[in-house]
Design a protein around this ligand. Structure first.
Ligand code: TRP
Length: 373
């Protein structure tokens, strides 16, 4: 890998991601002004993640809107691979999905791929992935999805309903396509080679259940796109409409962009972290600041590489005027990293206290959301 190279697959993100180049590489479309205006017609206000170019790319979002406008509302589909506790970055696309559900009053299918994480991860047993699945589900419910319009399921617990559709997909995808798409080799396990067919199923499940074409819109981080590119390729050949997608960028690491490793406990804040743990992590975070306060005052900082600024931009500062102010004050050396960290920390702590209360309440509500065979 040379200087500017980067790698994005569903299982690995490496290097400095150039999001413009990724659009070209994957062959997706940028969300442009025209599409934003169309979304705005249906929504009181555009979500900050749209205004700030965080959800920035799509495939066929416009078609899903046309269907919706013609009285054929889409179903939302997203998912989670339960390989550990939920961190704030995982919440980002889910928060956006909730906005879409509230705006379009649509049904949501939430696939939990305990099978995928078992297959992928040498150290995880099926009991582990099931346990993490139910931990993660508490976070999903805590965000307030409409229980009447949301179905959450573990692959291992809804396999009967999914299996025939998975087979239809699998029959149309060759091993060489899978190798070319994901970079698998002859030593990859055969479960992983098959897995894309399982992740495709919820794209077709609702059409299958209702016996008519139901459009699907998938909000996801852009690393999931390769799966759905294959799904879109086979959809019409097996008699279903192509799913539409809307993609977001990756949530930044607290340790700076070159250490995107989720394995480091310090690089992210988990939803089960205590507010004081979260504060400590933020106080140790990588910023775009100078070595000393004096230097900061003179030269200013660089918010573009600063994890504190990015956290606020991505999730924790709704107010466009305030985020712009912070950007400018950082640049000109008026804002000091320590103060900015405290500002972020208060917001994160407030969020965690409330989220953890909702998470406790969610424990009695799991069955309102789950579907099983
Ligand atoms: N593979 C995803 C992960 O590892 C989980 C997932 C399944 C998903 N279906 C999805 C994510 C649909 C986004 C959209 O996290």
């Amino acid at each position: 890998m040379t200087g500017n190279d980067f790698v994005v697959t569903p299982w690995e993100v490496r290097g400095d991601v150039d999001y413009g180049k990724l659009i070209e590489k994957f062959g997706t479309k940028r969300i442009d002004e025209k599409l934003l205006l169309r979304i705005k017609k249906h929504s009181k206000e555009l979500h900050p993640m749209l205004r700030r170019d965080i959800f920035y790319s799509h495939r066929g979002f416009d078609r899903a809107l046309t269907e919706y406008e013609n009285g054929n509302p889409f179903v939302l589909y997203t998912g989670r691979g339960p390989s550990g506790h939920t961190h704030l970055g995982h919440l980002m696309p889910w928060i956006f999905t909730k906005y879409l559900q509230d705006t379009f009053k649509t049904k949501l299918l939430f696939q939990i791929t305990d099978d995928e994480k078992f297959l992928l991860n040498e150290r995880l047993s099926l009991d582990d992935t099931r346990d993490f699945a139910y931990e993660n589900i508490l976070d999903i419910i805590a965000l307030g999805f409409d229980p009447k319009n949301t179905e959450i399921f573990l692959d291992t617990e809804l396999i009967k309903s999914q299996y025939k559709l998975a087979l239809k997909v699998a029959k149309k995808i060759t091993f060489s396509t899978i190798k070319a798409t994901f970079g698998f080799s002859d030593s990859s396990n055969i479960g992983m080679i098959f897995f894309t067919s399982i992740q495709s199923v919820p794209c077709f499940l609702e059409s299958e259940r209702r016996g008519k074409d139901v459009p699907v819109l998938i909000p996801c981080a852009i690393d999931q796109d390769p799966h759905f590119r294959l799904t879109r390729d086979v959809a019409e050949r097996i008699g279903y409409p192509k799913p539409s997608l809307v993609h977001c960028k990756f949530f930044p690491s607290l340790q700076g962009s070159d250490k995107m490793s989720a394995s480091s406990q310090e690089s992210c804040i988990y939803t089960v972290d205590s507010p004081s743990t979260a504060r400590k992590k933020i106080m140790n975070a990588f910023t775009g600041g100078q070595e000393t306060i004096k230097e900061q005052r003179e030269k200013g900082g660089n918010p573009d590489v600063c994890s504190v600024y990015q956290y606020l931009l991505y999730i924790f500062e709704d107010d466009d005027r305030k985020i712009k102010e912070q950007y400018e004050q950082c640049r000109c050396g008026e804002l000091i990293c320590g103060d900015h960290k405290k500002y972020l920390s208060e917001k994160v702590e407030t969020f965690l206290v409330r989220h953890q209360e909702n998470r406790e309440k969610a424990k009695d509500r799991i069955e309102e959301y789950m579907v099983r065979d």
